[in-house]
Each structure stands twice: as C-alpha cells, then as structure tokens.
Design a binder for this molecule. Sequence first.
Ligand code: AGP
Length: 613
Amino acid sequence: MCGIVGYVGPRKVVPIILEGLKRLEYRGYDSAGLVYLLDGKVHKHRSEGKLANLEELMEDVDDGGSHIGLGHTRWATHGPPSEANAHPHSDCSGELVVVHNGIIENFDTLRRELTAEGHIFTSQTDTEVLAHLIEEYLDGDLVAAVQAAVRDVEGSFALGVMWSGQPDILVAARNQSPLVLGILEGRGCFLASDIPALLPYTRNIIYLEDQEMAVLRADGLEVMTLADGRPLEKEIHTIDWNAAMAEKAGYRHFMLKEIYEQPLAVLNTFRGRLEPESGVINLPEIGLDAAELRNLSRIFLVACGTSWHAALVAKYWLEKWVGIPVEVDIASEFRYRRLLLGPEVLVIPISQSGETADTLAGLRLAAKLGSKIISICNVVGSTITRESDGTIYTHAGPEIGVASTKAFTSQLTALFLLTLYLGQELETIERERRIEMARALVALPPIIEKELPRLQKDMDVLAADFSRSRDFLYLGRGENFPIALEGALKLKEISYIHAEGYAAGELKHGPIALIDREMPVLALVPQDRVYGKVISNVQEVKARHGRMILVGSEGDEALAEIADYAVYLPRINEELNPILYVIPLQLLSYQIANMRGCDVDQPRNLAKSVTVE
Ligand code: AGP
C-alpha cells in the first residue's frame, strides 16, 4: 500500500512531506518522491529504495521554502521499483503531477489511447496514465479535469493532484483506497493515506469517502462529490490515538489489522482479472498459450510454510478442474530431490516475500532443468519475481505481521484464478461453471467483511477456555486438510502451543492415542462431500472425551450436539471454503497468543522472510 502526503499552507512543505512519509513507512514501500511549487514551476525529486535516500537527495536542494507540495512512498504493483516508476508522476508538460494509491484496472487501454493522442510515457506504472488523462481534460480548471478524468477510470484510487496553473490548490479524490484530510485552522490543510502522517500537526481529521473529492487551500478545504462537485458537509473527527496505534489503524497488532484487511486483499487480487458475467478470466502473466498449456504433463507447486499450505489446496483445485497432474513440494525438500523436470513441467513457486531462500533455490534448480517458472508473489520486484518467467501478483499490500494471514488468502485467490484460467484455456471448465465460480469469488469479500466481527467474538470465548492448553489437534479433509495444517501453524508460531494439523482420516492411524479430556481437537466440518466422514472422525474423538471445537456450516444443528463449541460459517460455493474457513483459525490463534502475553507481530525465533537455509 503506497503512502501519500500533501500540504498547502503557511509552513514549509518539504519537511512536512518528509516527516509524513516517514510515519507511513510501516506501510511498506520500495521508492519515494515528492514535488513542490516554487516560482510558478513544479519541482520533482524521486529516489529508489528507502526514504533516507530521498532525504539525502533533498539535503542538496534549495526548495525555496515552498508552501505547497505532494509526497509519496510507492509499494509497487505495476512496474518494478525504480526512480522512473517512483511517484509523483507528471503529464507531458511536467507542470501537472499526481500521486496515487490503488490499482487502475484499465490502465493498459487508457495508455494506448493516450499514446495515440501523442502523450509520451516515461514509466511502466498504471499511475502515470492518470497524469496524462487529467492533462487531456485540462482546460484551465483542475477540479473539472480531475472529475472528467476519473470517469474514464476503472479501479481503485486515492489521488493527490497539483498543477502550476492553479498554484494555490491541491486536489484530492478517493475511490476504494483510503485518504484522510487534516485541518489546521489558519495554518494550512493536509491530505494523507493514513492518520499517522498528520498526527504531528493536527488531530482534526476528515475521512474522505469513496467517490468524494476535496480542494485544499492554505486557508481551508471544501469537500464535494467526485461525479458532479456537489458540496458536502463532513464531520471533523478528533483522533486520540498515539502514533504507534495509528500505524495499526487503531488495531492492537498488525496481525489483527491484516486479518481484517483480507476482504480488500482478496478483492484486489482478483480485481481486473475476471469478468463474472461472462466467466472470462484474464491472466496474461502466465505467458503460455493454449497449445503450450496442452503440452504440459505436470504442474509442480513449490513453497514453504503457509505458502506451502496454499499450494496443497491448489493441488485439489487444479487436479479436479484442470485435469493436469499436480505435485506439491516443500521447497527445502524439492531442492535436494532428484527432479524429473523439463519444458513439459510448469513450476510455480509461491512466496509472500519473494525472498525465501529455499523457494528461490528451488526456482533456480527448476529453471536449470528447463521448466517454465510462473511465480505467485506479493512483493513486486522481489528476487523470486525477477527470476521467474512470469509472476501472478497477489495484491495484499505489505504484510507486516510475521504470521501470514492476508497474503495466504490472497495466494488462495490467485491459485483459484489460475485454476479457472487454465480450465478456460484448456476447456476443462465449461462457461456456465466458470461464471458460477467467478461469481462466488466476487461475492466472497463482503461475506468475509460481515463475518469478521462475529467470528472474533466467538474466538475470544474459545481462547479464554483454551489459552492454557499444552497441545492442539486440527483436523480437516480434502481442501480443508491444508487449512487444518495452516490453523496449527498459526497457533504454534504465535502462541508457542504445540499444535498439529492432520488429515481427519488419519486419526485412527496414530493421533487418536493423544485424545483425552485435556486434548482440544478442532475439526473443519462444512457440509460438503466428505461431511459424513469427518463427523465419524469427530465421534471417535468424542468417544474418548476429547474436547471438540467444530467449525461448520451455519444451520447445521448437529454440530452443537456433538461439540463443546460449534463455530458457524456461511454456506458458500464449497470450492472456496478454504479461504473462508481459515479465518476463524487465524482469529483463534491471534486471541490465544494475546491471552498468553506473546509478541503476536514478532514471535520469538521467527523472521518475516527466511532468507537463509
Ligand atoms: C507463515 O505464517 C510463516 N511466517 C512462514 O511459514 C512463511 O509462510 C514461510 O516462511 C514462507 O514465506 P514466503 O511466503 O515469504 O516465502
């Protein structure tokens, strides 16, 4: 998620921008830049890498004490990290500049149209399209030009715009990406992606909502509708958070914030990649045409930890719906096995960070053996992506908590899209079925959004009862077996309770010896094709007085009769159950770790990215 800061007022703008961007560093970024107006001209300075590089650059710049400007830290989504791709981006004149957070879905079409009109592009970003589009509509009125331009835009944006032709205003506009405004009576106005950037100057905040825009001046601001400029009265909120709380948007930990960001992470990952009405899936990143796909004899998924669990789920989807044999391997095993690869085997490394040493080593080995590499990754420009033939990016935004949550559900989303895409290209999923599955995916984010608060309350009750457990057993079948593994990993890595995930059918092959009155057993038991089998396993646990937590389909009253605790989830297309069913498990591990006083965001002995063997 990018960081935006803007200011206009009696104070010097450059120090405000740099301090504000520093307070947004937690959002993750790979380059930074700023612009300000001086003597009627726009001055722009950008640098790749950390903010310190931009600060160093500015030490040698005389900004003339400018009082109006914009700054940005970029979390790359289109185009690798570089000075040229860093924001702000300019129109052809260089006198109109834009900073942006979000994803312009139709940027490719707009770029082609604008290029045909003679616009010259200097970056690979989707954002630059906005600068040229506003320029195209600019006729002396920046507000009107922004209103006209965004009508052509599909996707999400939080925008800051400045133009030397109207040197006393900044224009802000929002659609599905956060933007807040700060007011300092008589001492200027601010815009920012998030509250921490404004806290050193003001606690009086206005939240811009979707399809709203604002015009900021030194002596005040006005908010209006984006579509037609109708003035809006907005409530001014006084923020009482401290800076640390503000970085987490008021959540106690980054992990909880990222659990709650999952609806947006799933949405942003499928945004622009599927058309639910026609069932058409667009994944050009694959770079393989139908003929090449038909030549594939196998798909090999390679990953570590949580990403490996995502790979295990994908095996069920791909073999069921595409009919290509799929192998899944833990990267640290894959890299030391005798591998039978080649051009007919597509290797898919999955990694949130794109820097995991074992996964990278597996990629390099597979490439050496002649396989095509298509990675699934959350960090644009990371090593794994740079060494892949193509990358399907998950647009989860930076994941700060060591325990992976939104990246995992985004990986599942990307893998589900891959399944639909391969089914489309190889004609193994007929159109009607693709439409049904695409619609189910599109319907998922609001369902997750709605269920999160209730599930958190349910898990708080369970955590109070189980936070002193010494062991935990998670059971699942089919696509939910990897979710049982993931739930166990979440619990052990942040609460330090020993937890194991098991295929429910394996219970009688050993783990059932563990069952006694002390042993909590959590089973995933949606009313799907293996429901009856899992219920039988659950009865085996009950007969041995195990303490049962059952997570299943709403309305299934039988669960409450069997379980000590029954947790209910909405009935959705059962193919997507893994994305929904992991969420209560994430919340349970989060709350138990909290109750045990563990460092939830930075668990002992763990790193966010394991860049060593
Ligand atoms: C997940 O909660 C863990 N932090 C860990 O297992 C992680 O998934 C694993 O290290 C792989 O990381 P990657 O996705 O960045 O490659």
